[in-house]
Design a protein. Sequence first.
Length: 84
Amino acid sequence: MISSILLAAAGSVPATPVWSPTVGIIISVSSLVALLLTLASKAPKVGPSMPLLPVTVPAFIGAMAFGHVIGIGVVLGLTNIGRL
């Protein structure tokens, strides 16, 4: 059974874009920018380091998660203003 709150909220949800290479590029670039920002972090490098990158595994996972959140926000924002 579908809750009446979900039905009421369904009318106010904006249209989201279908996945396209443009959406993938935006999210990938956002993730790379977040990864580059971790290189400037003043936090101690605690944990095992990545094989080919000068960051630790926790910093890499955190940067990728944060990059995806920022990328999704950018995609939804561009969709809402009609640019994507």
